[in-house]
Design a protein around this ligand. Structure first.
Ligand SMILES: Nc1nc2c(c(=O)[nH]1)N[C@H]1C(S)=C(S)[C@@H](COP(=O)(O)OP(=O)(O)OC[C@H]3O[C@@H](n4cnc5c(=O)[nH]c(N)nc54)[C@H](O)[C@@H]3O)O[C@H]1N2
Ligand SMILES: Nc1nc2c(c(=O)[nH]1)N[C@H]1C(S)=C(S)[C@@H](COP(=O)(O)OP(=O)(O)OC[C@H]3O[C@@H](n4cnc5c(=O)[nH]c(N)nc54)[C@H](O)[C@@H]3O)O[C@H]1N2
Ligand code: SF4
Ligand SMILES: [Mo]
Length: 748
């Protein structure tokens, strides 16, 4: 990016918001002559960002220049107990040290741990603090693979839905975001567009101006739902029943597209057999709708063109989330909605980005580790069990007498060292009390690399200062659009903050890992990610400088991209994303059959149901736990936070104030418990309990209660909604079940 004007001391730098959000906005940062960022602005040239930022990131300089940032490496003082610390006084438990001492101390301890207990006793724990390519997973992966550490199965967010989508379509590619403006019907299915995906909203406004209707299917009355033409407050975890019921009506009334079905799909006859049982009456009883509403929805969906479904990940954070997503995403294949530009479905666009991850992450280094084999997997949703049970005599119970929860985490040594970065498991992981018991183990060695003190750093032996996206260089795709973007470093990191790439490169060298890849610069890794300089199938030259491929990417869909052009333009669309491109209209689909799969041979081969079905979650009103805990709980994200991120900043807390520490409850459920609006209440199950204030505002249907995710340490009891959530895993993908939770509520 050139200076604003040649005479101006201000520079404008193209960066990319790297928070875990589908929008991946292009962000222009204005930097003054002293090198200080003074303004952030959405890139007006980016077709999805369209020149604006969400409320959270519009205030980003509060975060970057917050006086609370961790600025130096810190080491726990001898004797300081591992326990929740008072906000603002965390420093008292730590002493400032230099990077050299920190890196040497950590490397020594990791070596000792690996020698004594085996390298798999070391567990990395990271998620999506940054979703940019390098920051999310590059040097860190190399480091832990080479070490032979346990592998982390990163399932906390989207695995059930991702696996489900891929079983049907082979790849996470959906309707282009820009085309939503052409739709005549938009169904936001478990998608809080206003809160979580704000850059889709202007396109919906555009579509509605042209006569489109917006239907929201969400148990919670989000702002998106409040603004919809029709809000269906479905009961949590019953979406598969609704989708199959819609198919029942569509097939009964002959509203399917036979031409499309014959040409593009397999398994239609079996699916038709399955949906026969899902009569509108039965579906109504499960979902809380009327049979007439099921009929109306099905007919409106099947007869409006173009019709598009924006499915987000809320639906699949249920025990049966995989089956729900499979059933929902089969709808456009049944009606041929893909044939009409602006129609179809979008869960994620991330499958469009064919990064050369093999060279970026180097899983082959596991073979160079002392293990000389792939390390065991630990599921990140089971962190509580992994820290408290794994490697001990393993009786898998939640400690509450309910059925055994079957763990998918593999056996192996006890976890003796935990390395956390890009995540705040002390706040976001399910079954918080178990997680906290694990983190408090005095024998557990814990390192946390983050920007702030948070619910996890309180338990760390070392706290290391991390950078924001303004302070390092990276490259990024998206899960809500089809543009590759370069994020340039805009400012110097404050204090001694260092990026993930720097940290793990340095640590690798201190561990004595002599592979060249531990000395790669960010630019070299960006080139590797783009496959620039990759010479066919041979081994990659890490010092690749672009020869051999003319400086062009060799990744499918990125062949036209060069680093030079990315530097100049900031964003470049994937090659298939041309005006008028529509997915799934012709040609082979990247599934085993080459077709959109209504039945899955893969599932059948695993002995699973090849068709979607509605199986009520154990933790739902239809499940076995409902007798003791009759209310379904949604521990939702804050519209003004990003999971646990931003929750420490005063401005963001003010925006979120009306919802903090509230328990939203239906008037009937409140009355039955003698609870009035504003009363102090206790919400509990066998995993934990939390004191909140009742709020009766029409946001939830009968039988459902809702609260918001926040930092535990900012609650007077030092807890958050995840004391209630479970480590049980989803039907597909071994994902998290934050929205399959039963509770009871009483007046406190
Ligand atoms: N402001 C803000 N934006 C965010 C985030 C944030 O924390 N705050 N988080 C980011 C992250 S991590 C992600 S994964 C993305 C995507 O975010 P999502 O995963 O889609 O977000 P959620 O809010 O968890 O879920 C979306 C909606 O699904 C609803 N829901 C819950 N259970 C069910 C169900 O059984 N059926 C149906 N139909 N709906 C259900 C919830 O009430 C919610 O309104 O958003 C990102 N963007
Ligand atoms: N109850 C409940 N729990 C939930 C959810 C829910 O809806 N309800 N949502 C779930 C979902 S969908 C998700 S995705 C997870 C999210 O879980 P996480 O990925 O843990 O998300 P965040 O809470 O945003 O924490 C990210 C952390 O990374 C740090 N960070 C940011 N950038 C960098 C960097 O460059 N380097 C390093 N080292 N650190 C960095 C941030 O400061 C922050 O502390 O939470 C899950 N937990
Ligand atoms: S959080 Fe999402 S909407 Fe907000 S600036 Fe970042 S990418 Fe854009
Ligand atoms: Mo997520």
């Amino acid at each position: 990016m050139p200076p604003v004007a040649d005479s101006s001391p201000l520079r404008v730098i193209h960066t990319v918001c790297s928070h875990d959000c589908p929008d991946s906005c292009g962000v222009l940062v204005t930097v003054d002559a002293e090198g200080r960022a003074i303004k952030l602005q959405g890139d007006p040239a980016h077709p999805v960002t369209r020149g604006f930022l969400c409320g959270k990131v519009a205030k980003y300089l509060d975060r970057v220049y917050s006086p609370d940032r961790v600025l130096h490496p810190l080491k726990r003082k001898p004797g300081a107990a591992k326990a929740q610390l008072v906000r603002g006084r965390e420093h008292e438990a730590f002493e400032r040290i230099g990077w050299n001492e920190a890196l040497d101390g950590i490397a020594t301890r990791l070596k000792e741990t690996a020698e004594r207990y085996g390298p798999e006793s070391i567990l990395p724990y990271s998620y999506a603090g940054t979703i940019a390519l390098l920051g999310y997973g590059s040097m860190d992966r190399r480091f832990f693979y080479r070490l032979g550490a346990s592998q982390l199965d990163r399932t906390i967010c989207s695995e059930a839905g991702g696996v489900a989508w891929n079983l049907v379509y082979g790849k996470k590619i959906g309707t282009p975001t820009e085309d939503f403006g052409l739709a005549k019907l938009i169904v936001a299915w478990g998608a809080n567009i206003h809160g979580n995906n704000i850059h889709l909203w202007p396109l919906i406004v555009e579509a509605r101006r042209n006569g489109a209707r917006l239907i929201v299917i969400d148990p919670y009355r989000t702002r998106t739902a409040a603004l919809a033409d029709w809000h269906i407050a479905i009961r949590p975890g019953t979406d598969a029943a609704l989708a199959l019921g819609m198919m029942h009506v569509i097939l009964r009334d002959g509203l399917e597209d036979r031409e499309y079905i014959d040409r593009m799909t397999v398994g239609f006859a079996q699916l038709a057999g399955r949906v026969r049982d899902y009569t509108p009456e039965r579906v109504a009883a499960w979902t809380g709708m009327t049979a007439g509403e099921v009929e109306q929805l099905a007919r409106e969906y099947a007869t409006t063109r173009p019709a598009v479904i924006r499915l987000n990940y809320g639906v699949q954070r249920n025990e049966n989330g995989g089956a729900s997503v499979r059933a929902i995403v089969m709808l456009p294949a049944l009606t041929g909605a893909w044939k009409h530009r602006g129609g179809g479905a979008q869960l994620s666009t991330s499958g469009g980005f064919a990064w050369n991850k093999k060279d970026v992450e180097r899983p082959d280094l596991m073979l160079a580790s002392p293990l000389a084999r792939p390390a065991r997997m630990v599921n990140m949703c089971e962190l509580g069990q992994a820290l408290t049970e794994l490697g001990k005599d393993r009786e898998q119970t939640t400690g509450n007498g309910e059925q055994k929860e079957e763990s998918q985490t593999q056996e192996g040594p006890r976890v003796h060292a935990l390395f956390v970065y890009n995540s705040n498991p002390g706040a976001v992981a399910p079954n918080h009390n178990a997680v906290r018991r694990g983190l408090a183990r005095p024998d557990l060695f814990t390192v946390v690399h983050d920007i702030f003190f948070n619910d996890t750093t309180d338990y760390a032996d070392y706290v290391l200062p991390a950078t924001t996206f303004l302070e390092h260089t990276d490259i990024q795709g998206a899960y809500g659009h089809y543009f590759v973007q370069l994020s340039n470093q805009a400012i110097e990191p404050p204090g001694e903050a260092r990026s993930n790439v720097w940290l793990f490169g340095q640590l690798g060298q201190r561990m004595g890992f002599d592979e060249d890849c531990f000395r790669d610069t960010p630019e070299a890794i960006i080139r590797q990610g783009l496959g620039i300089g990759r010479s066919g199938n041979g081994p990659t030259d890490n010092s690749a400088n672009g020869h051999g491929s003319n400086g062009h990417s060799t990744n499918a869909g990125m062949e036209h991209i060069t680093l030079e052009e990315l530097r100049e333009r900031g964003h470049i669309p994937l090659s298939f994303h041309r005006e008028g491109w529509q997915p799934y209209t012709s040609g082979p689909v990247p599934t085993p059959s080459g077709k959109i799969e209504f039945t899955s041979g893969e599932l059948a081969a695993q002995g699973l149901d090849p068709l979607p079905a509605y199986v009520p979650p154990v933790e739902s009103r239809w499940g076995s736990g409902a007798e003791r805990y009759p209310l379904e709980f949604l521990g939702r994200k804050g519209d003004n936070y990003m999971n646990s991120t931003f929750a420490n900043l005063e401005g963001h807390r003010m925006m979120e104030a009306a919802n903090r520490r509230r328990l939203e409850i239906h008037p009937d459920d409140a009355r039955a418990r003698g609870i009035a609006d504003g009363d102090a209440v206790r919400i509990f199950n066998d995993r934990g309990s939390l004191r909140l204030t009742a709020m009766i505002n029409g946001s939830v249907p009968q039988g459902v209660v809702a609260g918001r995710l926040d930092w535990a340490k900012l609650h007077p009891e030092g807890e958050n909604v995840n004391v209630l959530t479970s480590e049980r895993l989803t039907d597909l993908g071994r994902g998290a079940t934050f929205y399959s939770v039963l509770v009871e509520v009483e007046k406190a």
